[in-house]
Design a binder for this molecule. Structure first.
Ligand SMILES: Cc1cc2nc3c(=O)[nH]c(=O)nc-3n(C[C@H](O)[C@H](O)[C@H](O)COP(=O)(O)OP(=O)(O)OC[C@H]3O[C@@H](n4cnc5c(N)ncnc54)[C@H](O)[C@@H]3O)c2cc1C
Ligand SMILES: NC(=O)c1ccc[n+]([C@@H]2O[C@H](COP(=O)([O-])OP(=O)(O)OC[C@H]3O[C@@H](n4cnc5c(N)ncnc54)[C@H](O)[C@@H]3O)[C@@H](O)[C@H]2O)c1
Length: 472
């Protein structure tokens, strides 16, 4: 066999690319991963894991302070150096040896360097030593190159040397003050983390917080951030940014200005497709890659796109779900085996459309799956939403004194199934999988009554939601 020929070439070895290759190899194919930075990608080194490691210690401290008898034992503040050192242990000090070992152990070849499509089914890799390797795919190429932080065209912003999520998650010291531009997941999570370190944080959002989720989620997170000492400016445009020596000033549309040591821009993502040779196959560099539900790029029978780069759901777990479908379908198609591509089949990522779970690790956490009331109504469903204050649940009242939380269940009135669930409250993330199962399995409400939550757990909120809805 020509050493440069594989059944599958995966461009980008983030969590998603790794999973495509793994599934294809398990399906009997040969596969190579091409990576120009760290095997493991954004999630392991600059996103999910380090960000959660920065958030968790503050959350644990606040949790202890919400329980009489325990709070008396909490007399100090966070040891920020220890928090950062613990974060470093999760990122393995930005060393990917263990991930490379995993790939090789799984029978996946790894080629380091920047890869580009140079012909159909051909990727040319510029290697770190200045060389070039040409790889050819017998069956498929999957683009799993992820996304970068989007830096908007705000006057002076780029020249002010702003932090992006990478700087916020890998910082070696906490700045004395930080301005966060944005009101989404990164902005609220990083504001939560840095406020817990004693950094003076100002968050500037041009709208509310956490748009796209149930409105009460953003409202509760804004209130909690303020209680945690964050100055939250809503409905406020950022108009100009400039840096003088070690201070950066952010000017706002209402004539105000905030000065801080650093500014974090957390305004969304842009696809990593500018320099991967898309033009060679008739696609446009810089675009997101639109796929069908088997992750095949529209118009191609050999080109796939998984993870952030296809813009279906910019979440690690959802990208890995797509990767399992893609790796399996590539193997099936290569072997001429039947393809299961109907809704909810083995080879499709149907859940991307209306059953995506997500946790925002603020304090309170926001855990949601499926459609919000607005999204369900806009999609044409005849719906009814019921809300319940989680603090009224016995388990929640024991869990934390004065537990504040809200749950919403969105019901399809025609089929009497759950379309979406949102929980906001301390530690609600672990409630989410039950909601995901209910949404994906389309469990009828009258059957859900038989899924009895254990007493006294916060899961009893399910019973309260059903009671509030009324027994069908
Ligand atoms: C701060 C932050 C926190 C987050 N927290 C969470 C969370 O808690 N939970 C969650 O589910 N999601 C979270 N996300 C989203 C999550 O990080 C992404 O959805 C996920 O990393 C996407 O994985 P991917 O494999 O598609 O892309 P990536 O992880 O970006 O991997 C792409 C890989 O391709 C490589 N690459 C790109 N171009 C080339 C090329 N031409 N040649 C060779 N290699 C190339 C890159 O170096 C990279 O290693 C977070 C995101 C951010 C920014
Ligand atoms: N816990 C998690 O699962 C988690 C954590 C972090 C990030 N992520 C993922 O990473 C992705 C990126 O997160 P994000 O917070 O950067 O994006 P986002 O889409 O969640 O939020 C972007 C924010 O930036 C604002 N914005 C956009 N353009 C702007 C401009 N020109 N000026 C001012 N404000 C502007 C938007 O109004 C919004 O508030 C998300 O899609 C998310 O799914 C997930």
């Amino acid at each position: 066999m020509d050493a440069t020929e594989y059944d599958l070439i995966v461009l980008g070895a983030g969590a998603v690319g790794e999973n495509v290759a793994d599934r294809a190899v398990q399906g009997g194919l040969t596969a190579v991963l091409v990576e120009h930075e760290l095997v493991g990608g954004e999630c392991s080194y600059w996103a999910c894991m380090p960000s959660k490691a920065l958030i968790r210690p503050g959350q644990a401290l606040r949790a202890a302070r919400q329980v009489d008898g325990a709070k008396e034992a909490v007399t100090g503040t966070l040891d920020v150096a220890a928090v950062l050192a613990r974060r470093d242990s999760f990122t393995h000090d930005w060393n990917d040896d263990s991930q490379v070992r995993w790939a090789e152990g799984a029978g996946i070849a790894v080629v380091r360097g920047h890869g580009k499509l140079t012909a159909p089914k051909e990727v040319t890799v510029a290697t770190p030593d200045g060389g070039e390797i040409v790889l050819r795919a017998r069956h498929a190429v999957t683009i799993s190159t992820g996304s970068d932080a989007f830096v908007p065209d705000i006057e002076g912003l780029r020249d002010a040397d702003p932090w992006t999520s990478r700087d916020a998650t890998s910082a070696k010291v906490a700045p004395e003050s930080l301005v966060v531009i944005g009101g989404g997941v990164v902005a609220t999570e990083m504001a939560t983390a840095y406020a817990s370190f004693g950094t003076t944080v100002t968050l500037i959002s041009r709208g509310g917080l956490l748009a796209g989720l149930e409105p009460f989620a953003g409202e509760m997170v804004a209130e909690a951030l303020r209680e945690q000492g964050v100055k939250v400016l809503l409905d406020t445009e950022t108009t100009r940014v400039h840096r003088d020596d070690d201070r950066v000033t952010v000017e706002t549309g209402d004539g105000g200005a905030v000065t801080a040591q650093e500014v974090l821009v957390a305004t969304g993502r842009t696809p990593r497709t500018r320099d991967i040779g898309l033009e060679v196959v008739g696609l446009t560099p810089g675009d997101w890659l639109e796929t069908d539900d088997t992750m095949r790029v529209k118009g191609f029978d050999w080109l796939y796109a998984t993870g952030d780069v296809n813009h279906r759901a910019l979440l690690t777990h959802q990208g890995k779900y797509q990767a399992r479908a893609a790796g399996d379908v590539i193997a099936a198609r290569a072997a001429g085996k039947p393809v299961s591509d109907g809704p909810w089949g083995t080879h499709v990522a149907t859940a991307d459309h209306e059953a995506v779970p997500q946790v925002t690790f603020t304090d309170p956490e926001v855990a949601s799956v499926g459609l919000t009331l607005k999204a369900a109504t806009d999609a044409g469903y005849r719906v009814r939403a019921v809300d319940y204050e989680i603090g009224y649940v016995a388990g929640a009242s024991v869990y934390a004194d004065g537990y504040k939380g809200t749950a919403r269940m969105v019901v399809d009135e025609d089929r009497k199934v759950v379309l979406g669930v949102t929980f906001v409250g301390p530690d609600v993330s672990e409630l989410l999988q039950a909601a995901t199962v209910a949404v994906v399995a389309q469990v009828p409400l009258d059957r859900l009554w038989h899924a009895v939550p254990a007493y006294p757990t916060i899961n009893e909120v399910w019973l309260r939601l059903l009671e509030t809805y009324g027994r069908p």
